[in-house]
Write a protein that binds this ligand. Structure first.
Ligand SMILES: [Zn+2]
Ligand SMILES: [Zn+2]
Length: 397
């Protein structure tokens, strides 16, 4: 396309994001018109929200980087009309799924999946895109015949305000699911701020679906405006973003220093716990077998806190739960062994802990074994099967 238009594209680093790449996915979709007309027909059935997009920053960006670039710089005005390109851009924005298994973020369009699944913040399916660009959608909760399949098309980890903002800015829709309508987010208090007046209650949005709504303490009725909340969150976000991926001390300090400001389940806390959970296993200095009993206890506590929220917000056979369970059994086994040989656990106590770990391995295995063998989850399955057998023999012994 570039050579035909006698254009030359150069970049100092072809792996970095570049505005010239903006046109590639819309162009691939548009070219189906000539190469696979039937697929193009299906693509054109996707929601585009072009009217809502018009006039937004994203729309101007696409006008410049896609519409103008393809039609005039690449001399394609005879092949694609402005409306067709506009629609393709809209369809990509609204329907693209992030494909995670790759080092560089890639967006994929899955017309069958996108048109079948509605959004809800607590989904009943677990969606995963694998190496060969396959999307596998699995029921994570029981779904009866005729019931709607819901996928969560935003980050379930975030609070309602942030999820609504993503849905509004990127999907031109909102959500009024049970989680979004409930100020406590199904009793998880995912966005709750500790009241700075009574220090007893939590400050929650009065109208969770309205970004500009006031927030009110559930104990003393102390109020905050949405601007006050923005200021608090922006400040915390900056502090959180400044923490390096592997910085144990800063993550631990972050968790300790905001207990008087955030609910223990706040999403900032949850994210910090997830990072720590990874570090306390994969970091060379904090490999599981090198962890002190105190750090093993810490990891168990982190996993249990994560699971208590995941059980509500990402329930059932979800990858997130499977992976957290996969992180939990190791420290339980190691701490149990340490305490037993140290005389801190009686034989009965040791058996109880072993059985607890055994059940966790079994549950994690039942979730992760649903994933293909050549994925990270699949590889974990092989380890889990072996550990389950060892644990079984050990219990019998
Ligand atoms: Zn929702
Ligand atoms: Zn209060």
């Amino acid at each position: 396309m570039l050579s035909r238009a006698k254009l030359c594209f150069t970049s100092a680093d072809y792996g970095q994001e570049h505005t010239a790449y903006d046109c590639i996915l819309p162009l691939r979709c548009l070219m189906l018109k000539e190469s696979r007309p039937k697929d193009y027909e299906n693509f054109r059935k996707l929601e585009t929200h072009t009217n809502e997009l018009r006039g937004s920053d994203l729309w101007y960006q696409n006008q410049r980087n896609v519409v103008y670039f393809l039609r005039y710089s690449c001399r394609m005005e005879q092949r694609f009309t402005e409306e067709e390109i506009d629609e393709a851009c809209g369809a990509v924005i609204i329907n693209a799924f992030d494909c995670f298994p790759f080092a560089i973020p890639i967006a994929g369009i899955f017309p069958a999946a996108a048109s079948l699944m509605a959004h809800k913040c607590i989904a009943n399916v677990d969606n995963r895109i694998y190496n060969k660009f396959w999307m596998i959608t699995r029921a994570s909760l029981p779904i009866k015949q005729g019931e709607i399949i819901f996928v969560c098309s935003t980050d379930p980890n975030l609070g309602t305000r942030e999820r609504q903002r993503i849905l509004r800015d990127w999907k031109f829709s909102g959500c009024n699911c049970v989680r979004c309508c409930d100020p406590t987010e199904c009793q998880t208090y995912r966005s709750a701020l500790k009241c700075q007046k009574c220090y007893e209650g939590y400050v929650l949005p009065m109208k969770p679906l309205d970004h500009y709504s006031d927030w009110k303490c559930n104990h003393c009725s102390h109020r905050l405006t949405s601007v006050d909340v923005d200021k608090i969150i922006d400040k915390l976000q900056k502090e959180y973003d400044a923490i390096g991926d592997q910085d144990v001390e800063l993550f631990e300090r972050f968790l300790k220093s905001h207990t008087s400001l955030l609910h223990p389940n706040h999403y900032f806390y949850n994210n910090a716990r997830r990072s720590l959970n990874k570090i306390y296993c994969f970091h060379p200095q904090y490999q599981l077998k090198k962890l002190s009993p105190a750090l093993l206890e810490r990891k168990i506590d982190i996993c249990k806190k994560l699971l208590s929220v995941e059980d509500i917000l990402e329930p059932g056979l979800t990858r997130t739960r499977g992976l957290t369970l996969n992180e939990l059994y190791g420290p339980i086994l190691l701490l149990n062994r340490y305490r037993y040989f140290n005389g801190d656990h009686s034989l009965e106590e040791a058996k109880k802990w072993l059985l607890q770990a055994y059940n966790i391995i079994k549950e994690s295995l039942s979730i992760l074994s649903l994933h293909p063998a050549d994925t990270f989850e699949g590889m974990m399955t092989t380890i889990l099967k072996r550990t389950l057998q060892d644990a079984q023999e050990y219990i019998l012994d």
